[in-house]
Ligand binder design. Sequence first.
Ligand code: ADP
Length: 613
Amino acid sequence: MANKIQIAKYAGILAICFALGIFAGFNPLAVRVDQYAYDRMLYGMRDTWTPQSAVVAIDEATLEAGHGMRGIRTILAQTLDQLALAQPKAVALDVTLHDQVDPAEDARLEASLRVTRNLILPCQLAGTTWEDPAPRFRTLGALGHVHTEGDRLDGVSRQIILERVADGQRRWALSLEALRVTLGAGNPEESPVDVAVGNILIPAPRKDGRSLRIRYLLPGTIPTISALEIGRHRDELRGKTVFLGVTALSAANDRLVNPYGVNFPGVEMHAQAFETMAHGQFLVPATNTTTLAVCGSLALAAGLSFWFLTGWRAYVLIVPILAAAHYFLPVQFFARGIVLPYVAPVAVAWLSSIGAATYRHFVVRRQLRKSESEKSRYQQAIHWAAHEMRTPLTAIQGSSELMTRYSLPDQKRNELSNMINSESKRLARIISTFLDVERLAEGQMELKREPLAATGLVDTCMRRVTPLAERKHIGMFLDSNVEGTLLGDRELLEYALYNLLTNAVKYSPADTEIHVYSELRGGELHLAVRDQGIGMDAKEIKRIFHKFYRTKRAEASGETGTGIGLSIVEQIVFQHGGRIEVTSTPGKGSCFTMIMKAHVSAPTDAETADRRR
Ligand code: ADP
């Protein structure tokens, strides 16, 4: 199972993917993609509620029937008179009346404006000042700004700025004023996050410049009636909020493009903004917390899939996660009026999936390599065991053959039968040690607990290892008296100490020294084996007790080994309630210290006999 470091690494990779994904969402190209996705989703909703507004259009035909834009004030006056007969709820005018033109024409228009119920007049920003209607019209209705603009990046008009300030004077948008007048409400009530008109709460935070996303109704949903044809459409205009403006291509200077890609006149945008507010269902951008939570959940989901599943199952699970990022989440949020950024969650989902998959791929490969190398080492261990057994077996076989085939002198026969006896005991010892250690490791064996003198243990092992040391001209020294009595399994403890000694010989060059040192301290026996051999670094020391591990230096030394000896030694010492400490310097030598519980007591008879031997 995975350890904490693995979990931390994996979490780190996911965190990086998460951060990169969020970061990717900020670049201008990503913002364009976000907008494109927004337009598609808006189109996907195809809002078509019954509109409360209508556009009365001063179109090409109307201008032609009058005297073009020169006669606009007369045209307006006639149109307003016609409109009055239709009894609309309110009339919002999108034709600026800033200049004083012909006094007679203006007087005619003024008269028409006076009889228009619930009138909203336009004002416009010219540089840093407001262009209000001329003084004679100014007081005849409410005032709303008609400023519209397309997106900075692609020119598409997605939102309208509700509040504009210039000259120290603040003006609400024509559409908002139209709503207020239609509802018969007082001044809008503001808070930092919204604006209330009557009982409609419009989410338009001050920090975003009080912008409002328009939920465009499909083209044609808001009726557009030519100013010339009001008479025929009175029923459609009755009770409606009418937006009156120029739509003729030749004259309208405020044509825009909506998210559906349709080119339309500014007056329609005011009507659309009005509809959004009057309908009371708004689109608001997701808060940073929501966006981060969505992205975080996607990264987590991708991470968990590759953590708990492997192979094709993990990849299959990634499909719905990516589908959620690409489609379900943005659409579901949109349907609830929340606009999620599109690129950031998609980028996080993809990067996290790729990051998690890559990490898992490498981990699986590493584990495979490790298990393969453990397998081959295990095979080596079997070979070694077989090899160890073959030596005494060959000796036994050879000796017994000699004895049966030839008539040998008594002395020789004695020698041979002693050899058979001692070699078969060795064989039995090897086998039982292996089996004992396996059973010990699996907790199936009760340890023998006999008292044994430490000195006997040290003597036996040093004696056994001396011939090996002599072959390499290595001197063996016992640097102190060995005192104390241990409680434990003689065979196993001998195996452990013998192993430390043979390792010291194996991993030391010729003409060096091995020192054994013993000390009784605080009820513990410290038994140290110090050599002047190849040594190890700190990292290697941590691993030498793992089964089958060998240091590079040991491999390079040409000494054969399997890397299981020390794991057995550790197991034995551990089962006896003791521990092993290792200090080592590469190229200088190592010191292995077995630390076991011991007591200073008179040795038993058996131990005394043992010492004499
Ligand atoms: P083996 O000797 O069969 O390789 P061990 O389990 O006895 O296996 O030892 C494991 C590894 O620990 C060795 O391969 C060697 O790298 C290192 N080692 C053990 N004892 C010593 C020592 N005295 N000096 C240097 N390295 C040692």
